[in-house]
Design a protein around this ligand. Structure first.
Ligand SMILES: Nc1nc2c(c(=O)[nH]1)N[C@@H](CNc1ccc(C(=O)N[C@@H](CCC(=O)N[C@@H](CCC(=O)N[C@@H](CCC(=O)O)C(=O)O)C(=O)O)C(=O)O)cc1)CN2
Ligand code: MET
Ligand SMILES: [Zn+2]
Length: 773
C-alpha cells in the first residue's frame, strides 16, 4: 500500500478551543497552566485523529500558540532588541510571556513595546509575524518547542514527523530592519541553529523531518537557488540516518526543478492541486532514490476530492517510479480548512445536497487514506464502494440545478467598458465632492467596524439560537449604532461610520445575503493568532435578491448631520475570503459578485449616502504567486472593483481600504482602481509604504493608517503627528486623510476611545500647523 503523509493539521481545535483558551488567558481569566493544558489537549486529539485514520507520517510542531513563523523566530533566537528586557528571564514561564509580547505588543509595568509586523502567508488569509533582521543578526537555539513536542507525542504513542520552516524560506519571509545587507547572507549565522536542532531530533530517534520551503516553488533569484544546494547539503550531513522531506506548496517547482531534484534529501512534496502540470517534468527528471509526496487533496478549499482525477495523477507516478517511492498527501498544510464536516447539521444554511460536495480536514485525511487504499494490493470492498460514491457525488455536483442561473451568466457576458468608468476624471470629481462634503484638511475617519464586544456577539448568538426575537436583536443593534454615532460626533470625527455591529464578518455577512452561497455552523479557520473566520461557501452563480446594507446605513445617517460612510466589501475580497467553486474561472465568479455589489452601491446612493467605502483588503492576497500569472489577475481584479464603483454620480465619494499586505509592487493597479480615497495600513511599517505612493505620484486621496489596530496599545498623539509629518513630507497634505490602519472590531471600547480621541487631536494640531504655514 502507498504511504500517507500529512503536512499539518488545524490547531485552533474543532470547537475553537485554542482561541477560547488564549483569549481567556490574555484577559486574566485562566492561568498559564490552563492555557498550556488546552494546547496539549488539542495536540493529543489531533494526533489521535490522524492515527485512527491511519496516516503514516503524522506531523508534530504544526501546533502553535500563535504562529509558526513566530515559533521559528523563537527557536532560532532572533528576538528583536525591544524585547530583550522581557527575554532576559529564560524560565519557560517567561518564554510564553515573551512570545505573546512579540505577537501582540506589551504595555504595562512601565514597559511599552510594539508588536512585530504581521503580513499575509503567501496567497492565504493566514497572517504570520514577520521576522526582523539586523546586519549583525545573531542566532542561537532559544525555544526547544520542536523537541518538546516530538517527545510529547512519543509519550502518547505517536512517532511523529517534526515540521519546521526551512532556513531559506525563513530568511525570505523576514525583513531587513537596517540598510546595507541582504538577509540571505545571514544563512551562515543561521545554519548552526538548524544543525543543532536536527542533531537533537536525531538523538531522539526521529525518522523524518519536514522542512517547509514554499519559496522553492516560487520565482527565485539565482542566489537563492544556489543557496538551496549549499544549505541542504549541510543539513543532510547533520541529519545522518534521519531523513529529510522538503515540502513545496501553493505553486509548482517549474523553473526550480533542477535545483529541487538535485538536493540531497529523501523526499520532495509537490502541490498537485495548484500545479498538476509539474508532475510530468518531475517524473522525467527524478533521481533514483527520491520519494515523491503527491499533494493531490486540496488543502486550500473544501470541495470533496475527485478520486478519479487524483488516481490518474497517482497512476502516472506509479508507472514511472513504482509504489514504494510514492506518498499520498494533502496539497499543503490543512491549516487553511476547517476541522470536521461532522459538526455541520443545519440543512437550512448548508443543504444536504451541498454538504455532500464537501470535505474538511478530517475528511481530507480520510480521502488521502482512501486513495492509498485504492492502490493497495488487497481489494477492500468498503473502499471500492466509497470510490463509487465519490463518482456519484462528483456527477451530482456537475449537474446540480442549485448552481446554474442563466440570467447571472448573461449579465456577466454583457459587461461593457462603459460599466467600468466613472463619469468624470478624478480632478473633476474631487472638485464636486469638496463642494458637497465640505470637509476640513486632514479629514478624520475610521475604517468601518467598532468593537464587536462580547455583548454584541452574544445578542447575535442568542438571536441565532432563537432565544431573542429579531425585533429584540435589532433594537439592541440600533441602540449600539446610535451610541457609536453619538460618540463619534462628540469626539469630533469628520466622516462617521455606522459601526458594523450587525455583521458577524465582513465577508460572511454578504455571503449570507447573496444567492449562490451556503454557510457552515462551525467551519472555522485561523486567520491570525486567536482570530478565526468562517468563510462562506460560494457554490453557484451569485446574485443579490435584495438590499443588503441600506437599512443600517440609512438608520445611522438618519440620526446625524455629519456624513456616514456606507460600508461594503469588494468583489475580490468576497471571492478571496470565501470557499469558492472550482468549476469555473475565478474571474467569472468575481464579476458575478461585482455586479451584485454594484447594485448595492447604487442602492446606497439612491438612499442618500454620499460616501461609500468598498473594502478590498484582499486584493494583494489574490495576486498569483508566480509573476507570469499576475498581469491577467490584476486586470480582472481591478476591472471587478471598477465595475462596483463606476455607476455613481461624480459627487458621490468612493473610498476603498487595504491592509495586511505589501502593496508596493501593485501600486499602478491600485491607482487604476480609481477610488476617490484609499485608506491603507501603514503604521507598523512606519509609513514605508507611502514612498511607493509618492514615487508613483499617486493622484487620488490617501489615508495612511496612523496606528496599529492589532494591539490594545494606545498610540500617543505625538507619534501619530510624527507619522503624518512623514506622510506630508512626500504627499501633498491636501490629499491626506487621518485614520487608523484598519477596522476596530477586535478592540475593546476603552482603548478605541482613547486612541481615536488622540487621533482627532493629532489631526487638529496638524491643521493648525498648515494654517500657520
Ligand atoms: N473574513 C475575514 N478575513 C480577514 C479579516 C476579516 O475581518 N474577515 N480581517 C483581516 C484580519 N483577520 C481577521 C479575522 C477574523 C477576525 C475576527 O474578529 N474574528 C472573530 C470572529 C468573527 C465572527 O465570525 N463572529 C461571529 C461569531 C462569533 C462567535 O464566536 N460567537 C460565539 C458566541 C458569541 C458569544 O457569546 O461570545 C460562538 O459561536 O461560540 C459573530 O459575531 O456572530 C473571532 O475570531 O473572534 C478579525 C480579523 C484579514 N482577514
Ligand atoms: C480587514 S479590512 C476591514 C474593513 C472593515 N470595514 C472593518 O472595518 O472592519
Ligand atoms: Zn483592514
Amino acid at each position: 500500500m502507498l504511504f500517507t503523509n500529512n503536512l499539518g493539521y488545524p490547531r485552533i481545535g474543532a470547537q475553537r478551543e485554542l482561541k477560547k483558551a488564549s483569549e481567556a488567558f490574555w484577559s486574566g481569566k485562566i492561568t498559564r497552566k490552563e492555557l498550556l493544558d488546552a494546547g496539549l489537549k488539542i495536540r493529543a486529539t489531533n494526533w489521535k485523529i490522524q492515527k485512527e485514520i491511519g496516516i503514516d507520517l503524522i506531523p508534530s510542531n504544526d501546533f502553535s500558540f500563535y504562529d509558526q513563523v513566530l515559533d521559528t523566530t523563537l527557536m532560532v533566537g532572533a528576538i528583536p532588541a525591544r524585547y530583550h528586557g522581557l527575554a532576559a528571564n529564560k524560565s519557560s514561564e517567561h518564554e510564553l510571556d515573551l512570545y505573546f509580547a512579540m505577537a501582540r505588543g506589551f504595555q504595562h509595568e512601565g514597559i511599552d513595546v510594539t508588536a512585530m509586523e504581521m503580513t499575509k502567508w503567501f496567497d492565504t488569509n493566514y497572517h504570520y509575524l514577520v521576522p526582523e533582521f539586523t546586519k549583525n543578526q545573531q542566532f542561537s537555539l532559544f525555544s526547544e518547542k520542536i523537541i518538546n513536542e516530538y517527545y510529547e507525542a512519543k509519550q502518547l504513542g505517536v512517532d511523529t514527523k517534526p515540521v519546521l520552516i526551512g532556513p531559506i524560506t525563513y530568511l525570505l519571509l523576514g525583513k531587513e530592519k537596517e540598510a546595507g545587507f541582504d538577509r540571505l547572507d545571514l544563512i551562515e549565522a543561521l545554519l548552526p541553529v538548524y544543525e543543532e536542532v536536527i542533531g537533537r531530533l536525531r538523538k531522539y530517534g526521529v525518522k523524518w523531518i519536514q522542512f517547509d520551503e514554499p519559496f522553492l516553488a516560487l520565482d527565485l533569484p539565482d542566489k537563492a537557488r544556489k543557496l538551496y544546494q549549499q544549505v541542504y547539503k549541510r543539513l543532510a550531513k547533520s541529519a545522518g540516518d534521519t531523513k529529510l522531506l522538503i515540502a513545496t506548496y501553493f505553486e509548482g517547482v517549474n523553473d526550480n526543478l533542477e535545483v529541487a531534484l538535485s538536493l540531497p534529501i529523501n523526499a520532495l512534496h509537490l502541490d498537485l492541486v495548484r500545479a498538476a502540470n509539474q508532475l510530468e517534468a518531475v517524473l522525467d527528471n527524478i533521481p533514483n532514490e527520491l520519494i515523491l509526496s503527491l499533494g493531490v487533496v486540496d488543502g486550500r478549499n473544501i470541495w470533496k476530492n475527485d478520486y478519479e482525477r487524483s488516481l490518474t495523477l497517482i497512476d502516472k507516478a506509479i508507472r514511472k517510479i513504482g509504489k514504494e517511492r510514492i506518498w499520498i498527501a494533502p496539497s499543503c498544510s490543512l491549516l487553511h480548512v476547517p476541522c470536521d464536516l461532522a459538526y455541520e447539521d443545519n440543512e437550512e444554511t448548508l443543504p444536504l445536497e451541498v454538504k455532500d460536495w464537501l470535505a474538511f480536514a478530517k475528511q481530507k485525511l480520510e480521502e488521502v487514506k482512501d486513495l492509498a487504499l485504492l492502490r493497495s494490493e488487497y481489494e477492500d470492498t468498503a473502499v471500492l464502494q466509497r470510490f463509487k460514491d465519490n463518482k456519484v457525488s462528483q456527477n451530482r455536483r456537475k449537474t446540480s440545478a442549485l448552481i446554474h442561473h442563466q440570467e447571472v451568466k448573461d449579465r456577466v457576458n454583457a459587461i461593457s467598458d462603459k460599466d467600468t468608468n466613472r463619469r468624470s476624471v478624478f480632478a473633476e470629481r474631487k472638485a464636486k465632492q469638496l463642494e458637497t462634503l465640505n470637509l476640513p484638511l486632514y479629514p478624520t475617519t475610521t475604517i468601518g467596524s467598532f468593537p464587536q464586544t462580547k455583548e454584541v456577539r452574544g445578542w447575535r448568538a442568542k438571536f441565532k439560537k432563537g432565544e431573542i426575537t429579531i425585533d429584540e436583536y435589532e433594537n439592541l443593534i440600533r441602540a449600539e449604532t446610535k451610541e457609536a454615532i453619538a460618540w463619534q460626533e462628540q469626539v469630533g470625527l469628520d466622516v462617521l461610520v455606522h459601526g458594523e455591529f450587525e455583521r458577524n464578518d465582513m465577508v460572511e455577512y454578504f455571503g449570507e445575503q447573496l444567492q449562490g452561497y451556503a454557510f457552515t455552523k462551525n467551519g472555522w479557520v485561523q486567520s491570525y493568532g486567536s482570530r478565526c473566520v468562517k468563510p462562506p461557501v460560494l457554490f453557484g452563480d451569485v446574485s443579490r435578491p435584495k438590499d443588503m446594507t441600506v437599512y443600517w446605513t440609512s438608520y445611522a445617517q438618519s440620526i446625524t448631520r455629519l456624513p456616514v460612510k456606507g460600508m461594503l466589501t469588494g468583489p475580490v475580497t468576497i471571492l478571496q475570503w470565501s470557499f469558492v467553486r472550482d468549476d469555473q474561472p475565478r474571474w467569472q465568479t468575481a464579476f458575478q459578485i461585482a455586479l451584485a455589489i454594484r447594485d448595492e452601491v447604487l442602492a446606497l446612493e439612491h438612499a442618500g449616502i454620499k460616501i461609500i467605502q468598498i473594502d478590498e483588503p484582499a486584493i494583494r492576497e489574490g495576486l498569483p504567486l508566480r509573476q507570469k500569472d499576475q498581469r491577467d489577475y490584476l486586470n480582472w481584479a481591478v476591472k471587478a472593483f471598477r465595475l462596483t464603483a463606476a455607476g455613481v454620480e461624480d459627487d458621490t465619494q468612493i473610498h476603498t481600504h487595504m491592509c495586511y499586505s505589501e502593496f508596493n509592487d501593485i501600486i499602478s493597479d491600485i491607482a487604476a482602481m480609481d477610488a476617490d480615497v484609499i485608506t491603507i495600513e501603514t503604521s507598523r511599517s512606519q509609513m514605508e509604504l507611502l514612498d511607493a505612493f509618492a514615487n508613483f505620484n499617486y493622484p487620488n486621496d490617501i489615508g495612511p493608517g496612523v496606528y496599529d489596530i492589532h494591539s490594545p496599545r494606545i498610540p500617543s498623539k505625538e507619534e501619530m503627528i510624527s507619522l503624518m509629518d512623514k506622510a506630508s513630507a512626500v504627499i501633498n497634505p491636501k490629499q491626506l486623510w487621518v485614520n487608523p490602519d484598519c477596522g476596530l472590531k477586535t478592540r475593546a471600547w476603552p482603548e478605541t476611545k482613547a486612541a481615536l480621541e488622540a487621533m482627532v487631536d493629532a489631526a487638529k494640531t496638524l491643521r493648525g500647523v498648515i494654517e500657520v504655514v
